[in-house]
Design a binder for this molecule. Structure first.
Ligand code: AMP
Length: 424
């Protein structure tokens, strides 16, 4: 079904064409007519499914009718996602006079106050804490809000925003349309949803147990003290275009970024302790190919939309299966192919088992040929300063699809002869 059949007005259809979208994605075909009809909607969708356009397009259509005022509010858990939604909304609205703005924490408040005063926004994208600060300073009023979107609502609740959400809900007009997008509905969110939504229709198209097709997943079993070596070997072995490496902690991200830099990789770090400027620079550098690797904590797993990421690598197994799905959703966007590798130490095998239960299938175990799984810790220091492994002639890695190996620690796998370096 073409976009034109969904009931969207001409200037919005022009914006969609300019964005290069030929056909609606499934969540868009389902959600757009519902949102246009004024219904409240709960969308069970993760990032990467096209959910942003699914709510932004019909909202813009609604805003084209009626007097200019701040009539639509989108709440997101992170500034990266907020910036991403705003960019998309501006793109789709480029053939209209509608004004779109964004506010989030971590940057000075006065420029945002000026923007809100001067620009006469129709749609505001915001993170909850900063929005409440701005409201407390009377820089924004909610009296004209007709549509509210809770984007990645489960993440907002995970991040402790439930009280802020409830406060915001109490400040908004009761008579409004509410849309909620969330990969999961934990009990706390259910309570928020009961308060926020009126007779919602559920649109469940991409449950998180089905990561986008095109992502190749593999688990690399490895002793914990060899993870950095194995990561370095994998990065040297595969043709990587853009990689996000996830660690559990900010400190771990910084440490790993330095270790990779010392081994000759071009790396940036992205986590919650970084200033907004540093975060934007890191993301921009990855997007423009100035750095090849971004080492990030989970804060970065939502809202990042970097074209052409070839790999997501979990240096640490994520805490929850949902985080796993969000992390690996950073690669293989839409129809692209991508690899998602997880480095698993014996201590983390329980977490991987939980992920596999959640996915409803097992992820192949793969061992890297020619990697010395018996390397002693004393050799690690030497390996850290040695040339990248690709300098040594040796066969390349197996593809995860082709070479599921048993997770036999300490056993050296047979090299896979004659394989070419992988390009994903
Ligand atoms: P989202 O889930 O909203 O983050 O969207 C994931 C990616 O899909 C973004 O890069 C969008 O620009 C892209 N996208 C959204 N809708 C379409 C469409 N109908 N056709 C092609 N790409 C799309």
């Amino acid at each position: 079904m073409p976009f034109a059949a969904l009931g969207l007005p001409t200037p919005i259809l022009k914006g969609i064409r300019a964005a290069g979208y030929a056909e609606p994605m499934p969540i868009q075909s389902r959600a757009i007519p519902l949102v246009l009809s004024g219904r409240d909607v709960i969308g069970g969708a993760q990032t990467g499914t096209g959910k942003t356009a699914a709510f932004v397009l019909p909202i813009l259509a609604r805003l084209l009718e009626g007097a200019p005022a701040l009539r639509a509010l989108v709440l997101t858990p992170t500034r990266e996602l907020a910036a991403q939604v705003e960019t998309n909304a501006r793109d789709y609205a480029r053939f209209t006079k509608l004004r779109v703005g964004v506010v989030f924490g971590g940057v000075p408040i006065p420029p945002q106050e000026r923007m809100l005063r001067q620009q006469g926004l129709d749609l505001l994208v915001a993170t909850p804490g900063r929005l409440l600060d701005l409201h407390g300073r009377q820089s924004v009023t909610f009296e004209d809000i007709e549509v509210l979107v809770l984007d990645e609502a489960d993440r907002m609740v995970d991040m402790g925003f439930a009280p802020d959400l409830k406060r915001i809900l109490r400040l908004l007009p009761k008579d409004r349309q509410t849309l909620m997008f969330s990969a999961t509905i934990p009990p706390e969110l259910n309570r928020v949803a009961n308060e926020a939504l009126h007779d919602p229709v559920r649109v469940d198209l991409a449950p998180p147990s089905r990561p986008a097709a095109g992502i190749t997943q593999a688990v690399y079993p490895v002793p914990r003290n060899l993870k950095t070596d194995l990561l370095h070997a994998l990065l040297s072995d595969h043709e990587v275009r853009g990689v996000i490496v996830f660690t559990r902690t900010k400190h771990g991200a910084d440490r790993l970024a330095k270790q990779l830099q010392r081994r000759g990789h071009s790396v940036a770090a992205l986590h919650g302790n970084r200033t907004q400027g540093q975060r934007e620079r890191a993301l921009g550098d990855l997007k423009r190919g100035r750095v090849q690797i971004l080492v990030a904590t989970d804060i970065a797993s939502r809202g990042i939309d970097v074209e052409d990421l070839s790999h997501v690598i979990n240096f640490d197994v994520p805490h929850t299966p949902e985080d796993y799905v969000h992390r690996i959703g950073r690669t293989g966007r839409v129809d692209a192919a991508g690899d998602a590798f997880t480095l698993m130490s014996p201590e983390e095998s329980k977490d991987v088992a939980a992920i596999e239960r959640f996915l409803g299938r097992s992820v192949p175990r793969v061992m890297l040929p020619d990697f010395d799984y018996r390397m002693r810790p004393s050799e690690i220091g030497r390996a850290m300063t040695s040339e990248p492994r690709r300098e040594r002639p040796r066969p390349a890695a197996p593809t995860p699809r082709a070479a599921p190996a048993g997770p036999a620690h300490g056993r050296r796998p047979k090299p896979d002869s004659g394989r070419r370096r992988r390009r994903m």
